[in-house]
Design a protein around this ligand. Structure first.
Ligand code: TXA
Ligand code: MG
Length: 362
């Protein structure tokens, strides 16, 4: 049974939401990337509600969201979420350059944690992930609360991320009281996550709308991809937290096709019988054309969604989770997706999400 109310982001409603957070509760808030399940970052009660509501394992650390007057490292230090004294001058300079360039916006930085941040927020790690969202409603809420806010994507753990208030209602409407409506998310993919190590090396932990190449241009040095076998768990036993092979997954089986539709001559070997109707996620072109072409190749009914008719990657990012959610809600019994072959920019972030969405579930 759905019990949540979707509220317009009026000053009164933002005050009401801040009150809920002050009392240790959680609400859903809009950001420019995806909707977040927000709780007070400094309150363990709020944090445990986040994990319970999402059914998220506590080894997967949260992102601390701040609203700064000026996006500088000095301003961030005033929030007392991080402890930068362990960092070399080189690392401090790099972090400050990224903060000045990309905040507010979809970039999360992993830095040494202050003791004031509860261990629950960081899964016991000695680092903390911080970002300053650009969405005015998120910023108004954090400012009204007067404390940083933890906000994982407002979906059930492992499922499709929400990019509208209605999506949150479908995911968590039975578990929340309030969903603050900030309209559809402008970016539609979660923030890029970068870790700057104590000696100033940069690692890309999660690709997003701010690309590796843009970050390298600011740092004037290479950003490394997550090394295979990277371990960040406190006991060294966990894989990179939150970067599980299966993530963002629809409830229906999703198979990533070996070739783009334009190169498909014969039906691909899928190792299973096809149902009467399949759903198809096209990277570009017209959905209706894709549905006809694939239907002829597979000889079954096809319902299709496209990420961007014109092949625009910004538009594709914005539509990605929305399209996946639509196909999941359709009457297709199996979902197929065109592979995303991009190795740079937003296309690379989509390729990452798509691979995880199609991975066997944990
Ligand atoms: O765009 C976003 O970042 C959205 C919106 C709501 O702001 N939030 C979001 O949060 O994507 P979430 O919880 O779905 O992703 C948090 C991820 C973790 O799964 C993990 O991969 C990484 O951030 N993370 C957090 N703390 C970390 C740490 N100390 N070290 C390494 N990775 C960390
Ligand atoms: Mg998530």
């Amino acid at each position: 049974m759905k019990k949540a109310r979707i509220l317009e982001p009026t000053p009164e409603n933002i005050k009401l939401c801040a009150q809920i957070l002050k009392k240790g509760g959680v609400i859903a808030m809009p950001t420019e990337t995806v909707y977040g399940l927000a709780g007070c970052a400094m309150d363990p009660d709020s944090l445990s509600k986040i994990f319970l509501t999402k059914e998220r394992p506590t080894f997967d650390p949260l992102i601390v969201h701040v609203a700064l007057e000026k996006p500088t490292l000095a301003d961030l230090m005033r929030e007392q979420v991080l402890y930068p004294h362990e960092l070399s001058d080189a690392a401090v300079k790099k972090i400050d350059a990224l903060v000045r360039k990309f905040w507010p916006g979809p970039l999360t930085l992993v830095m040494p944690k202050s003791d004031l941040v509860p261990d629950l927020a960081t899964s016991g790690l000695d680092s903390v992930a911080v970002r300053m969202p650009k969405h005015p409603v998120a910023r108004a809420l954090i400012t009204e609360l007067g404390l940083p806010v933890c906000a994982p994507s407002a979906n059930r753990f492992g499922c499709i991320s929400p990019t509208s208030a209605q999506d949150v209602m479908e995911e968590l409407g039975d578990k929340l009281d309030v969903i603050l409506d900030g309209g559809p998310c402008e970016i539609g993919l979660e923030s890029t996550i970068v870790r700057i190590t104590d000696d100033g090396e940069a690692f890309l932990l999660r690709p997003g709308a701010i690309s590796k190449e843009e970050i390298e241009a600011v740092l004037k040095s290479p950003v490394k991809l997550l090394p295979a076998g990277y371990t960040a768990g406190a006991d060294g036993a966990q894989p990179a937290p939150g970067m599980l092979a299966s993530h963002y997954a629809p409830s229906k089986k999703l198979i990533l096709l070996p070739t783009p539709l334009a190169q498909m001559m014969t039906a691909p070997q899928l190792g299973r019988a096809l149902p009467k109707k399949v759903g198809f996620l096209a990277m570009s072109g017209k959905a209706s054309d894709a549905a006809i072409t694939l239907s002829e190749i597979l000889e079954v009914e096809v319902v299709a969604e496209t990420l961007s008719e014109t092949g625009d990657w910004t538009e594709a990012g914005k539509n990605f989770f929305k399209a996946l959610r639509k196909l999941d809600a359709s009457d297709a019994e199996l979902l197929l997706a065109e592979p995303c072959l991009e190795t740079t920019g937003i296309g690379f972030a989509i390729a990452d999400r798509l691979k995880r969405a199609a991975s066997p579930k944990n």
